[in-house]
Each structure stands twice: as structure tokens, then as C-alpha cells.
Design a protein around this ligand. Structure first.
Ligand code: MLT
Length: 242
């Protein structure tokens, strides 16, 4: 079992993921939002990589069970029902709904990895659930950090390091690439107080400036969710333990 970490989506194209097991991480806030929405009963999340495509998909959907969600520059997009704040993806707002989601980095990273054989979504809130599943699969995997506008961001890499550490503890013969080793070291240095890390990082600062400090506290919680999203044929559904 070998673990590799892609520190940003920038250096790989869509075909890189063909046949791979991939875990996408966008702690602030897309994968936290998706995992939360699914646990709160959303039927599915449809990630899209442009706002235009979000409008097109919603135009083809029928009935009141489909909603548009997402952000531009952290704020809700005009005409969309929800933004990208995990606190808005409550049972009341999402139960039974198909949610079309556009975000600056997270939904794009998921769409980029769509040719993966298996594609899972991880955030600080569900590390245990993802780690246990990967150990059960016992296959090589890639962790794709969504980053920020194609660049490295520390919070996704620390989350990747925590995931690798949990897997190491469950199974000690895991092989690590250099980037996976680096994520472990970053977790050691910056992962002790996740809330502080999220408040201090560049995107966290932007969220605070735009009034989303509550979201940071939510995104910093460790292992409060007991499952994870799985992407298949264009939509993300909640993994059901068999
Ligand atoms: C993203 O996908 O870039 C983020 O989720 C942005 C945000 O915090 O809304």
C-alpha cells in the first residue's frame, strides 16, 4: 500500500487519475460542506467546474428537489439558494435534495479527478472514516489537495498528513512518497491546534475578513462525521458501510 500526496491540482491533468484511488481534500470549505450535507441527508452533490455549467445542469433538472449552491470569492453566488458555508447545509435545508455545487477550488479538484477508479472526499471532520476505508481496501492511493487557485495551501496538506498518520497507525507497512512524508512533517509542526491553523492560514484569514469565523470553528472539528462522500458517474453520494 503506497500513499502519495498531490500538494495542488496544478501539475497533473485529468488523465493522471485514470484507474487510481483518490481522496480529495478541501478543508476550507468544499469537502467539509459536501461531507456535512450528505450526513444531513442530501441525496447527492453534483460538483461542477463552472458557474455556467451549474446553471445548465439546474436548467435540465426538474422538480423542487434540486438546489444550486456555491461561492465566488467566498460569498454566495447571486441567484443560488446556498453559499459554501457548512453551517447552512442543515438537515432542514438539504434533506432529500440534489445539490449542484460550484466552488473556486474544491468542486474543480473533484471534477479534475473524475476518472479515478474510486474517489472519496475527506475533511478534518471525517478522517477516521476515510482512513478505515482505505485500510480495508489495502490499495495504493493518492491524496489530492485542492489548494488555492492552483497553488499549495497549508490546511489541506496538514489534513492529508493527519490522514496518512491515521493510516500508518492502523497499518504500519505503508510506503510513503516524498510528498506524503512532507505532509506528515507539516502535520507534526502545524497540526496540533487545527482551529488555530485554520484561523491563521491565508484562506482562513480571508474567511474571517468576510464574516465566516464560525465556519472555521466547524471545519476544525476532528472526526465528528462518521462517513464520507464517494464520487461516481457525476455525482457524490454518502458511503454506506456494507
Ligand atoms: C473553494 O472551493 O475554493 C473553497 O471551498 C472556497 C470557500 O471557502 O468557499
Amino acid at each position: 500500500m503506497k500513499a502519495h500526496v498531490l500538494l495542488s491540482p496544478h501539475n497533473v491533468d485529468e488523465l493522471y487519475f485514470t484507474g487510481k484511488n483518490t481522496v480529495v481534500i478541501d478543508v476550507l470549505r468544499a469537502t467539509t460542506v459536501i461531507n456535512t450535507a450528505l450526513i444531513n441527508g442530501a441525496k447527492e452533490i453534483i460538483p461542477v467546474n463552472t458557474i455556467e455549467f451549474a446553471m445548465k445542469v439546474s436548467g435540465n433538472a426538474f422538480g423542487g428537489q434540486t438546489i444550486l449552491a456555491g461561492e465566488r470569492n467566498t460569498k454566495k453566488i447571486d441567484g443560488f439558494t446556498l453559499g459554501n458555508s457548512p453551517l447552512d447545509f442543515t438537515k432542514e435545508n438539504v434533506e432529500g435534495k440534489s445539490i449542484i455545487l460550484f466552488t473556486t477550488n474544491g468542486s474543480k479538484a473533484i471534477v479534475k479527478a473524475k476518472f479515478s477508479e474510486n474517489l472519496f472526499l475527506c475533511s478534518f471532520n471525517n478522517l477516521d472514516a476515510v482512513a478505515e476505508h482505505l485500510v480495508k481496501m489495502n490499495e495504493d492511493f493518492e491524496i489530492l489537495c485542492a489548494g488555492s487557485n492552483g497553488m499549495f495551501c497549508i490546511e489541506d496538506t496538514v489534513c492529508a498528513g493527519k490522514l496518512v498518520r491515521k493510516i500508518q497507525k492502523l497499518k504500519n507497512e505503508i510506503v510513503l512518497t516524498d510528498a506524503a512524508k512532507a505532509s506528515l512533517e507539516l502535520n507534526k509542526s502545524f497540526g496540533k491546534n487545527v482551529e488555530e491553523l485554520l484561523k491563521d492560514c491565508e484562506h482562513g484569514q480571508k474567511l474571517i475578513a468576510n464574516g465566516f469565523e464560525e465556519d472555521i470553528r466547524y471545519c476544525a472539528q476532528i472526526d465528528t462525521l462518521n462517513s464520507f462522500g464517494v464520487y461516481e458517474s457525476g455525482s457524490i453520494k454518502l458511503h454506506k458501510n456494507k
